[in-house]
Write a protein that binds this ligand. Structure first.
Ligand code: SF4
Ligand code: SF4
Length: 286
C-alpha cells in the first residue's frame, strides 16, 4: 500500500507552518497526523487530543555514579570535558553528554552508563483520526531520533488502519531533525513569508529538500504584507521550477481562529475558497 506522506516544513519558526498544517487536516481524508516539531510541539493545542498511550523515549546513555563505591579520587571530574561532574563528585545529568570517559577512567568501577529518558511519545485520538506526537525534555539533543520514532509510529498506524495519507508538521530550520522529517516522505510543503529572511530561509531549506528528490510546493504566508518580497520569492520559485501552491494574505480571521483555539479553515471556508485553498488540497492528493 502506497502511503502519501506530506511533510510541512519551514526555514525557521513562526512562519505559519503549524497553522497551515492544522488547516489542511480536516480535508485530507483517510489520515494519520504526526507532529514532528518535538522541541516545541503545539499542534495539540488546536487538535485537542485524547491521549490513549504514552511511551518513554530513551536517548543517549548517561553516566551514573555509585556513591557507595566512589573513593573520591577526582579522576572523573578531571577528565570530563563537559564540566558535568563537580569537585565534590556530584554529577549533573543535564550537562552529561554521554561520552563515557568517566566510566573508562574510574579505577573502582563506580560509574556506569545507563539509558536516559529524554522525552515522551504519545498516541492520541482526535476527531480527525489518529495523532502521533512527542515532547523532548528541554535541553536534550536527540530530536532527530525522536522525529524518526514519531514518523515510524504514524506509518505503522496508517498501515494497520488502512489510511492513505499522513500529514507531518515538521521541525523548523535545516538541522538533523528536519532531515529526519524528510527521509522517505512523498512530498513537501515549504512555508515561507514575504520578507528578505523568508527568501533566504526558503533557499536554504529548498537546497536541503533537493537532496531527497521530493515533490515540492511553496506556500507564501502573509504575502500581501510585502508584495516586493513576495515577488522576489515567486521569481526564485520560477527560476528553480518550484510550484507556488498557495498565497495566503494577512487577515485577522486566521488570528481570531487561533486565539479561539479552532482550526482556521473550518470557520472561514469562504475565505479559504477565495484564496484557492481547496485547489491546493487537490494537488496534494495522490
Ligand atoms: S559520560 Fe562524559 S560527559 Fe557524562 S559525566 Fe562522564 S565524562 Fe562527563
Ligand atoms: S573516578 Fe570513580 S572513584 Fe574517582 S571520584 Fe570519580 S566516581 Fe569516584
Amino acid at each position: 500500500m502506497n502511503i502519501n506522506e506530506i511533510v510541512v516544513i519551514s526555514g525557521k519558526g513562526g512562519t505559519g507552518k503549524t497553522t497551515l498544517t492544522a488547516s489542511l487536516i480536516p480535508y485530507l481524508k483517510n489520515l494519520v497526523v504526526a507532529d514532528c516539531d518535538v522541541d516545541a510541539p503545539d499542534l495539540d493545542i488546536l487538535l485537542d487530543p485524547q491521549i490513549r498511550s504514552t511511551h518513554k523515549f530513551v536517548g543517549l546513555k548517561k553516566a551514573v555514579i555509585d556513591k557507595t563505591r566512589c573513593i573520591k579520587c577526582g579522576l572523573c571530574e578531571k577528565h570530563c570535558k563537559f564540566f558535568a561532574i563537580s569537585k565534590d563528585i556530584v554529577l549533573s545529568q543535564s550537562k552529561c553528554e554521554g561520552c563515557g570517559v568517566c566510566e573508562f577512567v574510574c579505577p573502582v568501577n563506580a560509574i556506569s552508563m545507563v539509558d536516559a529518558v529524554v522525552g515522551e511519545l504519545y498516541e492520541s485520538n482526535t476527531v480527525f483520526g489518529d495523532f502521533v506526537h512527542a515532547r523532548l525534555i528541554p535541553g536534550e539533543e536527540t530530536s532527530g531520533k525522536l522525529v524518526a520514532e514519531v514518523r515510524k509510529k504514524a506509518k505503522a498506524l496508517a498501515i494497520l488502519n488502512h489510511k492513505k495519507n499522513i500529514i507531518v508538521d515538521g521541525s523548523p530550520g535545516i538541522a538533523c531533525n528536519v532531515i529526519s522529517s524528510l527521509t522517505g516522505a512523498s512530498q513537501v510543503i515549504i512555508v515561507t513569508e514575504s520578507t528578505f529572511s523568508g527568501l533566504h530561509d526558503l533557499k536554504r531549506i529548498y537546497e536541503l529538500t533537493k537532496k531527497f528528490n521530493l515533490k515540492v510546493q511553496v506556500v507564501i504566508n502573509k504575502f500581501d504584507l510585502s508584495p516586493y518580497h513576495s515577488e522576489m520569492i515567486e521569481n526564485y520559485c520560477l527560476e528553480n521550477n518550484i510550484t507556488v501552491g498557495l498565497k495566503i494574505p494577512f487577515t485577522k480571521k486566521i488570528v481570531r481562529s487561533i486565539v479561539k483555539k479552532t482550526i482556521p479553515s473550518i470557520g472561514e471556508q469562504d475565505f479559504f475558497r477565495e484564496i484557492g485553498f481547496f485547489k491546493f488540497i487537490e494537488s496534494l492528493i495522490q
